[in-house]
Design a protein around this ligand. Structure first.
Ligand code: HEM
Length: 147
């Protein structure tokens, strides 16, 4: 009966790498744009939106994990360095998704191209810092439906 838990945990584990890679892609695209004076193009917008989308998916997977583990009485983050870790993880995950959403919205709404680059790079960078702080690095770096 641990199967749905392992499916959700595996997807949540692997999607973490999608998040980190799209975040790096968004930074690699938008930071050089800051001082370039060039227009903010769809190629700049693409990784910013992909980063936000992968975080929204992670949020849904995480909430499903929490709900399912609660129903099955599986302890969340058993063996974590401190009992509060599960709430830190939830809070930082939500904050990272909010920051990534702001990056997408503000870079679309900004009046000028330099302001679009600034919003995208700033919010993506802040979101990445929060993500790196919230990941349980002591857990498996990769998981394929195994314990
Ligand atoms: C920034 C977004 C997030 C990232 C990068 C992330 C990453 C991770 C990673 C790497 C694991 C360990 C997976 C494994 O052991 O294979 C994990 C576990 C977990 N995460 Fe997240 N997470 C994020 C957001 C969230 C959110 C928002 C929630 C809740 C709403 C959440 C709930 C959980 C739960 C319940 C577990 C399982 C704990 C356990 O097995 O004891 N995560 N997360």
């Amino acid at each position: 009966m641990a199967t749905l838990y392992l499916v959700l945990l595996t997807l949540h584990n692997l999607n973490r790498w999608v998040i980190l890679l799209t975040g790096l892609w968004a930074l690699a695209q938008t930071i050089p744009g800051l001082s370039s004076g060039r227009p903010f193009t769809p190629a700049d917008r693409r990784p910013v939106v992909a980063f936000m989308g992968s975080l929204h998916l992670q949020l849904v997977l995480g909430l499903m994990l929490f709900a399912f583990m609660g129903m099955q009485n599986i302890p969340v983050f058993a063996g974590a360095p401190r009992p509060s870790f599960q709430w830190e993880h939830l809070g930082l995950g939500v904050l990272a998704a909010v920051f990534a959403t702001l990056g997408s919205v503000q870079s679309r709404k900004a009046a000028t191209d330099p302001l679009k680059f600034r919003a995208a790079a700033l919010w993506t960078g802040l979101s990445m810092i929060v993500i790196l702080a919230g990941i349980p690095w002591w857990r498996p770096l990769l998981r394929f439906f195994n314990q």
